[in-house]
Design a protein. Structure first.
Length: 120
């Protein structure tokens, strides 16, 4: 059984080491009105692809190494390039959403990742 957090009213307890490999994620907050977890991160310090894995692992209370490779869901190099400050156009605010490990993931250009459980 995985630690699905659907309906949870408190922020998830992090699995040991789930955000250890990204420096910029300090908090993951649960917003019950939207049933979504939000995590700010710093794209100048951490690649978005690694931040996504860290956030999802923490929310789902799993070791990041237990997750399937994000590479099989989308092109991680393209994801990282989309949010790279050196390649993005001034004033642009990219946003991408995708499904991964039973969650909808949204990465915003404002350095925020949202994760929400999928409903059956």
């Amino acid at each position: 059984m995985t630690g699905k957090s659907a309906g949870c009213e408190k922020p998830p307890v992090r699995y040991p080491n789930s955000t250890e490999f990204v420096d910029s994620i300090d908090t993951i907050r649960y917003h019950p009105e939207d049933d979504v977890f939000r995590a700010p991160y710093d794209s100048s310090r951490d690649e978005p692809s690694l931040a996504v894995v860290a956030v999802l692992a923490a929310v789902d209370r799993r070791d990041p190494l237990e997750l399937s490779s994000l590479f099989y869901t989308l092109d991680t190099d393209a994801l990282d390039a989309l949010f790279d400050e050196s390649t993005s156009r001034e004033g642009s605010r990219p946003r991408i959403s995708f499904y991964y490990e039973g969650f909808e993931v949204v990465v915003f250009g404002e350095d925020v990742i949202e994760v929400s459980p999928l409903r059956n």
